[in-house]
Ligand binder design. Structure first.
Ligand code: TXA
Ligand code: MG
Length: 327
């Protein structure tokens, strides 16, 4: 969390509460990515979020809650699997798709009979939610189709004057959007991979989550090129990384997501981002690196494809979307 003393934090929280109560939007930190939050029960406030993001209507947004007890207000039914997952993983990077209650406005669910609920773990946003006492509808605080923000500066750079306040909670510790599990059917299904993996859900909550490709879901996260920087992203085998980088550098500036040791004699137009050794470091730094390389004017961003195990599955998912052809 950013260095805020208590009075500063209090002042910021008060400003945020006043804005939210007035139907305004606020940028908020979470452990995954920054969200663009509005009162989830105020239809016109949620519409403002869509307008600012440039998000087409009909795309559902996640409702964030400050306590697990609130879930029964917004979900018509809470199956046992959902209960178990909430008990183990909330507050945390897990969104549950549940049957919606009548309290949830249509604009939040995109007209679907379901609602996505999550209790985030960031202390500042949890405090905000608990004081507000109402759910916050919050998609990632980026313009539609762009990379999610993982710092308050990213939010300001993307949304600028459209957002009257961004609560600065420091760099997001996870760096990738929450795991989404749909618990409305006969068996729980993974809708978006994230930091909480099916293996962990089985192990720690005794809940088996089925994985399919989610094809045919009318949600923005399922568009192939949703997490796109401006540069063309290329995923290459490890032993080809530096030869491809040199080749591409002849065409223009190149960015590299590097997890090893870069050779010393690279062309001047190559920017190397050190992504660390662990999957957690790679996840935490990924979006900031894509943004930085865009700012440097990279035509191409080259990365080695990480192994799709554990957290690697979520990273591979985001890298593949970043690399997919644009619509
Ligand atoms: O980590 C996160 O989940 C971040 C932080 C801010 O909480 N939020 C986030 O929101 O990534 P967004 O709107 O960028 O992505 C939410 C995803 C979308 O793919 C949306 O379609 C899906 O959740 N979703 C929300 N409600 C849904 C529902 N009722 N049924 C199916 N998918 C839903
Ligand atoms: Mg998003």
């Amino acid at each position: 969390m950013a260095e805020l003393d208590r009075t500063e934090t209090e002042t910021e929280l008060h400003r945020a509460l006043a804005l939210l109560s007035a139907g305004e939007v606020v940028g908020v930190p979470t452990e995954t990515v920054y969200g663009l939050a509005a009162d989830g029960l105020n239809e016109s406030a949620v519409r403002r979020v869509f307008a600012i993001k440039g998000r087409p209507p009909g795309h559902p947004v996640i409702l964030h809650v400050g306590t697990s007890e609130e879930v029964v207000r917004y979900a018509a039914d809470v199956p046992l699997a959902a209960r178990r997952l909430m008990d183990v993983f909330w507050p945390g990077p897990l969104t549950l798709i549940l049957p919606r209650s009548g309290a949830v406005p249509d604009v939040v669910t995109g007209g679907l009979p379901t609602v996505g609920l999550r209790m985030p773990a960031h202390p500042l946003t949890l405090a905000l939610l608990q004081r507000f006492g109402r759910p916050l509808a919050a998609p990632s605080a980026n313009r539609f189709g762009r990379v999610s923000p993982t710092t308050a500066e990213h939010v300001r750079a993307d949304l600028g004057a459209d957002v009257p306040l961004v609560l600065d909670g420091g760099a997001c510790v996870i760096g990738l959007e929450s795991t989404i599990v749909d618990v409305t059917g006969a068996e729980p299904r993974l809708r978006r991979p994230g930091a909480i993996t099916p293996g962990e859900m089985q192990e720690r909550a005794g809940v088996r989550v089925y994985v399919d490709d989610g094809a045919g879901l009318p949600v923005p996260g399922s568009l192939p090129s949703h997490y796109a920087p401006r540069a063309q992203v290329l995923l290459v085998p490890a032993d080809e990384l530096w030869s491809r980088v040199r080749e591409l550098s002849l065409l223009g500036p190149v960015g590299v997501l590097d997890r090893g040791v870069a050779p010393p004699d690279l062309p001047a137009n190559v920017t190397v981002c050190a992504m660390g050794q662990t999957g957690a470091e790679l996840a935490q730094r990924l979006y900031a690196a894509l943004r930085l390389l865009d700012e440097r004017g990279a035509l191409h961003i080259v990365s080695v494809m990480p192994e799709a195990i554990g957290l690697g599955e979520a990273i591979v998912d985001r890298l593949q979307r970043a690399a997919a052809p644009r619509p």
